[in-house]
Structure formats: structure tokens, C-alpha cells
Write a protein that binds this ligand. Structure first.
Ligand SMILES: [Zn+2]
Length: 261
């Protein structure tokens, strides 16, 4: 697989005025923030997932912002909505907190201070990644509830160029994985990359725990999830498209377990 065909997703660089504690988060005694293959976004202030329901809302695509044709937009929206429903069902099952996808279209969010509680807004935009508008990158903007450091909600921009024929068009399985990845950020999961076999003291891209199928956590950066085109079995990767791995599941359960008030 060439670099050009790799889904890249990143996150959490939102300048989130007011609701995000950017330094010295007040760690709660007994809470756990990382384990094998998972890590909580405690550096951005999120420590837990609330038991109260979260709603995922889709933004109406704007052709000027997505640079997609009407036909590409239709395909992108259908994929996004279907994967978000699947991701929400997984999150509900894994955490016990109810996640649903709202019908219709909803306004985009731009700031944590005005993002409704427990709402995650997802939209399509051409090269949304800030800074730099990096080709192929999507981005999540998680917000934190100041009162108890639980996930407040936030918003996600998915790069619309995955649906444009060309260098960054992506296999549907990789799109599924990155949607679950960005939603994972939006509720408080970080990249679990760690320095691996090259022992260069840096958690490099792709450097994550893996298994014999070359799977990595969905939250691995970039292009995490059940492996497609990395020496694993593509049919197997397609079967588990967008599914959180055992490592992500451990992180999500820890996020929920940290909720104490
Ligand atoms: Zn990421």
C-alpha cells in the first residue's frame, strides 16, 4: 500500500476556550488513564465518560466546503451515517452509556462554549485539518465538562476528499475505521502510540501494539484498526470494518469506570 492510500486521522488540536483544562488536570485518585493499547485524553482534560446519553448529529454538507459533486455527497453521507450508527451501537454496548445518531441535519459546531452538552456533531469538509489543511487528515475537537472532567461532546470533521477520485480516495473499510477513530477522540480517547521495536524514544506513526493479523488499536495514529493492506487479511479487515479492537474496548471501559460523580 502506498502512503497515498492510507487514511490519516489526527485530532484534538482545538482551541477550546473555556471548557478544556489544558494543563494540570486534577487527576482523581484511583482513576486509570492508560493501559496496553489505549490512552485517555487526560492531557486535554478529559478523564471520564458520563453515564448520561450522548447524541451524534450530522451537519448538512455544503458543496463549497466539501468540493464534492452531488453524487459524491450522497455516497459520502450514506457512508457516514451508516458508520456512525454502527459506531454508536458499539459504544452503547461497550460502555453502557447510550449513543444515538440523530436524523436530519444539524448546525455545525465551532466552539466548546457553544456546543450543546453530550452532542457530537460530525460533518464533511475538504482538508479540514488545522493547522495546515493537511491532505488526507480528518480531525476531532473534543470538549470537557469543567464540573467533573467528563467528556462534554464536541465535533468531528471528516475529510471529504476520501470520496473524490484521486490520491486520497479511500477504501470503505479505512473510512469506517477512521470514523470510529475520530468519534473515539471526541469522547476522550487519545492515540495509544508507544515507542516500539525501533526504540528511538519516540512514539512514531503506526507504532502501536499489534497482533498476528497486524491489527492495531482503532485509535492508533494514523490508520488504526483491523489491518487492511498491511500484511493482514483484507477479507478479515473488511469484516471488522470500523469495529473497536480489544485494546480500544479496554480504554472505553476505563473511561466509563473513571466516572464517579
Ligand atoms: Zn487521531
Amino acid at each position: 500500500m502506498t502512503m497515498k492510500k492510507i487514511a490519516r486521522s489526527f485530532g484534538v488540536l482545538a482551541a477550546a476556550a473555556g471548557l478544556v483544562a489544558l494543563s494540570n488536570p486534577a487527576y482523581a485518585a484511583g482513576d486509570v488513564y492508560k493501559g496496553t493499547g489505549w490512552r485517555i485524553l487526560s492531557g486535554r482534560g478529559i478523564q471520564s465518560l458520563s453515564p448520561e446519553p450522548y447524541v451524534i448529529k450530522i451537519v448538512k454538507p455544503n458543496a463549497a466546503a466539501t468540493k464534492l459533486t452531488a453524487a459524491q455527497t450522497k455516497k459520502a453521507e450514506a457512508k457516514l451515517r451508516a458508520q456512525l450508527k454502527d459506531t454508536a451501537a458499539q459504544l452503547t454496548s461497550i460502555t453502557g452509556t447510550k449513543f444515538t445518531v440523530a436524523g436530519g441535519y444539524h448546525p455545525e459546531q465551532k466552539a466548546c462554549t457553544t456546543t450543546p452538552r453530550h452532542t457530537i456533531t460530525v460533518g464533511l469538509k475538504y482538508r479540514p485539518f488545522k493547522p495546515g489543511n493537511k491532505p488526507g487528515f480528518s480531525q476531532a475537537f473534543p470538549c470537557t465538562a469543567n464540573s467533573n472532567k467528563s467528556a462534554w461532546g464536541g465535533w468531528v470533521w471528516v475529510d471529504s476528499e476520501y470520496w473524490k477520485p484521486g490520491d486520497w480516495s479511500l477504501h470503505p473499510t479505512l473510512i469506517s475505521n477512521l470514523v470510529s477513530h475520530e468519534v473515539g477522540h471526541s469522547i476522550g480517547l487519545d492515540h495509544p502510540n508507544v515507542d516500539g521495536s525501533d526504540a528511538n524514544n519516540t512514539a512514531d506513526p503506526y507504532e502501536c501494539v499489534t497482533n498476528r493479523y497486524k491489527d492495531t488499536p482503532v485509535m492508533c495514529s494514523p490508520n488504526g484498526g483491523h489491518a487492511r493492506g498491511r500484511g493482514g487479511t483484507d477479507a478479515r479487515a473488511d469484516k471488522y470494518a470500523g469495529q473497536y479492537t480489544k485494546w480500544d474496548i479496554a480504554g472505553l471501559k476505563a473511561l466509563k469506570a473513571n466516572f464517579s460523580r
